[in-house]
Ligand binder design. Structure first.
Ligand SMILES: Nc1ncnc2c1ncn2[C@@H]1O[C@H](COP(=O)(O)OP(=O)(O)O)[C@@H](O)[C@H]1O
Ligand SMILES: [Mg+2]
Length: 540
């Protein structure tokens, strides 16, 4: 039996439905390489398409390439049996195929590395590095696909590729695809049934097509009654259903039951969504009610974190309670659900930027407080300088970090800990300097403790400042010393062969004429004579 996903895969650009921007990015990328296999230096050699599985990444590339008369060599990277897949990729990137020379129509060749994040060997950084090398040295343009490239380990890879994101298609787009297939197979099916199929496969085109094929085996009409064949989890509740129960039906009991069955959203995201929706419903005017709702949600958040961090699972009960019965009790009745941010799709990037922004904002607040400017002004006017300082002058950076308190201090029984919160890292990207800054701060730590304990009078403040100056000086001295040592080592290395000769000759001459005791004395004298300059040279 031919699988319908294969049978009805789009054959040309015009059959590819949805994801217009990404598809256009493929077309743009390929057009650049028409008739010329090699790169121009400015543009990148590789295009990386990423998005959830089953939504048309691979088939779009193939269809578009066909339409533009490109010959595609596919390395199916996720085939784990192929242990030497990296080698295969390498080889494929170095030779253009025969098709090009045999077929006049073909205007160029591309290499498709499918599902690069599943490629055996890319599980570690070494494998990714190799892929990057392949991209650098390739003779043919490369298109890569991946499901999830948000992991840090793909950072360098991302920077070597043009990126294009594939999104889950819209309901009506998948319906179009399914209807086309149903028509071709002479199957009668309603939109309503198709919608259930689509939802059940979580907006995955491949999954939807497969379900349709399963349902239609042995029949020409598919009805709602047939849906039970799909191990359809009618247990699962989607976020819209849940929100309807809370905001429109205001059925707390039902909502509480549903909370446990939510499948497409986690409990943290749910809080964000609830906050978003309630804010729209209540509006800014009724701030008292808004405050009540927010405090309720914050209590739910607290219960959630107790449950997940301290594993006090009974706290989940309070979470369920607050977000359902608690909310319904507070809210006015509404009859339609306002639009809300679809956090689900945006979450990965959203969390990343938010946490980065939050860190930046926190630092900006601290810096602004010290400099008596707002956080925004701090970001605009002060941060650029801090970045320069924190990457060049560890001493000054450490001083500033102390002044702005770019770290937290946790007092334990024996030791006091410094918690960095990545605030230093935010500015100091140079690892060596970053370490220096931190060790400088650590060395000043006892003093910080004094200030923290708030027994500051002018004398101790002066003392602190003096000690800081001393530390700064000693650090500079250390730096200078290590530099001088380096210099001496270098000069020694260049002169050493001559020196060795002279020192060897002298004693041998002496031993001929003078007895042992004398030589010992002269040796001692030499030692004594040598010692002071050694230490002196270290000091100056
Ligand atoms: N835009 C589309 N138009 C029509 N069918 C599509 C489209 N995208 C995907 N399909 C169907 O879905 C199947 C899976 O798509 P595929 O490209 O393999 O997804 P991915 O590479 O994102 O995992 C294809 O075999 C094809 O039949
Ligand atoms: Mg694919």
């Amino acid at each position: 039996m031919v699988s319908w996903t294969h049978k009805y895969a789009p054959q040309s650009r015009s059959e590819v439905i949805g994801n217009t921007t990404s598809v256009n990015s493929i077309i743009g990328f390929l057009n650049r390489f028409r008739n010329s296999k090699l790169k121009t230096k400015k543009s990148k050699n590789a295009l990386l398409l990423f998005g959830p599985p089953g939504i048309g990444k691979t088939s779009s590339v193939i269809a578009v390439a066909k339409s533009l008369n490109f010959d595609v060599v596919i390395v199916n990277a996720s085939d784990k049996r192929n242990k030497s897949s990296l080698q295969t990729v390498k080889n494929a990137s170095q030779f253009s195929s025969l098709a090009e020379s045999l077929n006049d129509k073909i205007v160029g060749q591309i290499l498709l590395i499918d599902e690069v994040d599943g490629l055996s060997g890319t599980a570690d950084r070494g494998g990714i590095r190799e892929i990057i090398e392949i991209i650098k040295s390739t003779r043919v343009p490369i298109i890569l696909t991946a499901n999830d490239i948000s992991n840090q380990k793909f950072r360098t890879l991302r920077s070597h590729c043009e990126l294009s994101r594939f999104d889950s298609p819209e309901e009506n787009e998948i319906i179009k695809i399914l209807k086309r297939i149903a028509k071709a197979e002479s199957i009668t099916v309603t939109d309503k049934v198709l919608l259930v199929i689509i939802k059940n496969s979580k907006y995955d085109i491949r999954g939807s097509i497969n379900s349709l094929q399963t349902l239609s085996s042995g029949r020409n009409v598919i009805t709602e009654g047939d849906l039970s064949i799909l191990s359809y989890r009618d247990q699962s509740v989607d976020i819209r259903e849940f929100l309807r129960s809370v905001f429109i039906e205001r059925d707390g009991e039902k909502a509480a039951r549903q909370t446990r069955l939510l499948t497409d959203v986690d409990y943290n995201k749910l809080l964000l969504i609830l906050r978003d929706v309630t804010a729209r419903i209540i509006g800014q005017d009724d701030y008292k009610l808004l405050a009540e709702v927010y405090s309720l949600l914050s209590r739910a958040d607290l219960a959630l974190s107790r449950a997940s961090r301290q594993r006090i699972w009974s706290q989940l009960y309070y979470y369920y309670f607050h977000v359902t019965k608690g909310l319904t009790a507070l809210l006015p009745t509404i009859d339609y659900l306002p639009p809300f941010q679809d956090w689900q799709l945006q979450v990965p990037q959203f969390w990343i930027t938010l946490s980065r922004q939050r860190r930046g904002k926190n630092i900006a607040l601290k810096v602004g407080k010290s400099c008596l400017v707002s956080a925004n002004v701090a970001i605009r006017d002060i941060f650029p300088y801090l970045r320069v300082i924190f990457n060049n002058d560890p001493v000054m950076a450490a001083d500033l970090a102390l002044e702005f308190k770019l770290f937290d201090i946790e007092a334990g029984k024996r030791k006091t800990k410094i918690v960095w919160n990545k605030e230093i890292d935010y500015f100091a990207k140079d690892l060596a300097i970053n370490r220096k800054i931190k060790s400088l701060i650590r060395s000043k730590y006892p003093l910080i403790e004094k200030i923290q304990k708030q027994d500051i009078d002018e004398n101790t403040l002066l003392e602190v400042q003096e000690q800081q100056e001393a530390l700064k000086k000693s650090y500079k001295l250390k730096l200078a010393m290590s530099e001088k040592k380096e210099k001496r080592r270098k000069s020694k290395a260049s002169r050493s062969p001559k020196k060795k000769k002279s020192t060897k000759k002298l004693p041998s001459d002496q031993t001929l004429s003078v007895d042992k005791t004398k030589t010992e004395k002269t040796k001692k004298k030499q030692k004594k004579a040598k010692k002071p300059p050694k230490t002196l040279s270290e000091f100056f």
